[in-house]
Design a protein around this ligand. Structure first.
Ligand code: PLP
Length: 365
């Protein structure tokens, strides 16, 4: 068996130990005589799985007791609707549009009320996080139910290095591609959400962490909010209003424990920064490749780069594949290359990619 160096943006690399552990438990979970895949979500054994998954996540992120943790389905995409349905009490919210997903979130919210664009970097093809001063100003008016950002822009390779100041207006963040790649100060947010398949587990689980007071009165748009999407109900049912993604949550729990064994999120962040710096330094010194994100906005999770020639980009992707390096093709809306260097992508893998880039550059010299 050969495992490749996997730089996929999501679903993405998972820690090998996690996969092996799941493999060893596949036919008989914890002496139950059945697979976790075959087990009732109402069983005591499964209750323990979901409880310990949540407990580990709470330890990792220091989640205060005043926040609820939900494990839902439908991806980050379903939350684009779930957020306005639950939080748009005056039917007016603010959105920072810094890439593809934040644009989709804004347009989805526009179905349910007014989703004001407070700032955007569309004018420079989303190569940066926009100036956040207008966001702070508008948030201070107290006229917005929440301010929404996408904290790490998976496609464009940019991330927020500081959060907008929102005063009493809740900050809502799509953290799909930076979730668990660094510590987060949960109290800065009203709600964060993340599809698991980037950095936290398999596709099919979406983690929502929400401040309890924002949901205690039920969904803002209760008459049209699907029962399933009601955060208050899901919180009261322990994410089991209906059958959850039992296997996905179990695997997320294993990833959370793996992060804890690595030393927690501060250790993980250091590693991720070192991996990113190695690639950005190479890009800074390369005469063939260049990074596409402005320096001050560069992501530590998704490193986007290209040559000046789409044909050469395609040749590089093929060249990398021949060397066991997969998933470096850029997203179809931007082209070029993207190395997603999530937690389970080792420094060894990043060094292999760097060596491959240098080798390719030499063939072009
Ligand atoms: C991948 C991604 C999404 C979409 O996630 P789905 O789980 O496919 O709905 C949304 N936002 C961000 C930031 C992403 O990286």
């Amino acid at each position: 068996m050969t495992r490749v160096y996997n730089f996929s943006a999501g679903p993405a690399a998972l820690p090998e130990n996690v996969l092996r552990e799941a493999q060893s438990e596949m036919l008989d979970y914890a002496g139950s005589g059945m697979s976790i895949l075959e087990m009732s979500h109402r069983s005591a054994t499964y209750q323990q799985v979901i409880d310990s998954t949540e407990a580990t996540l709470r330890r990792l992120l220091n989640i205060p007791d005043t926040y609820r943790v939900l494990f839902l389905q439908g991806g980050a995409t379903l939350q684009f609707a779930g957020i306005p349905l639950n939080l748009m009490r005056t039917k007016r919210a603010g959105y920072v549009v810094s890439g593809q997903f934040s644009g989709l979130a804004q347009r989805e919210a526009q179905k349910y009320g007014t989703a004001e664009v407070l700032a955007t970097s569309e004018d420079t093809h989303f190569d940066r996080i926009p100036d956040l001063n207008p966001v702070a100003e508008r948030a201070a008016s107290g006229e917005l139910d929440y301010v929404h950002i996408c904290q790490n822009n998976t496609i464009f390779g940019t991330m927020f290095h500081e959060l907008p100041t929102c005063g009493d207006t809740p900050l809502v963040a799509d953290v799909s591609s930076c979730f668990l790649s660094m510590p987060l100060d949960i109290e800065r947010y009203g709600l964060i959400y993340a599809g698991a398949q980037k950095n936290a587990g398999p596709a099919g689980v979406t983690v929502v962490i929400v401040r309890e007071d924002l949901i205690e009165n039920g969904p803002a748009l209760a008459d049209i909010c699907p029962t399933y999407m009601g955060y208050k109900l899901q919180a009261s049912k322990g994410s089991m209003y209906n059958t959850p993604n039992t296997f996905g949550i179990y695997l997320c729990g294993k990833v959370f424990s793996w992060i804890e064994e690595q030393g927690g999120l501060a250790v993980i962040e250091k590693r991720n920064c070192a991996k990113a710096e190695l690639l950005y330094e190479l890009l800074g010194n390369s005469s063939l490749f260049h990074g596409t994100a402005q320096c001050a906005s560069r992501s530590i999770a998704n490193v986007t780069f290209r040559t000046n020639d789409p044909e050469l980009d395609a040749r590089f992707v093929a060249f990398a594949r021949e060397r066991g390096i997969e998933g470096v093709k850029g997203h179809r809306v931007v082209g070029g290359m993207r190395a997603s260097i999530y937690n389970a992508v080792s420094m060894e893998a990043v060094k292999a990619l760097a060596a491959c880039m240098r080798e390719f550059e030499e063939t072009q010299a």
